[in-house]
Design a protein around this ligand. Structure first.
Ligand SMILES: [Zn+2]
Ligand SMILES: [Zn+2]
Length: 77
């Protein structure tokens, strides 16, 4: 028996990414290559963060989510 039918290639499921490919800043509503994010869904881009820096952070090390009040760290998340 010769199987002439080409075998269908197994469909590969795209690996789930932990981070979204695009960010929409919650403050300026623009698409950004990077935003700081909060688990509640809030995102802020570096421009808005800079503008609101001293309203978002009191020490430059962590920032406070204005939506839920979570303390979030700068740097790698
Ligand atoms: Zn922004
Ligand atoms: Zn939040």
């Amino acid at each position: 028996m010769i199987d002439l039918e080409p075998k269908p290639e197994p469909k590969r499921r795209p690996a789930k990414r932990r981070r979204p490919e695009i960010y929409i800043c919650s403050t300026c509503n623009r698409e950004q290559p990077f935003c700081w994010t909060c688990p509640c869904g809030f995102m802020i881009c570096s421009d808005c963060m800079e503008e609101n820096f001293w309203g978002m952070t009191c020490n430059g090390i962590t920032w406070t989510c204005p939506d839920c009040g979570a303390i979030r760290g700068f740097g790698n998340q």
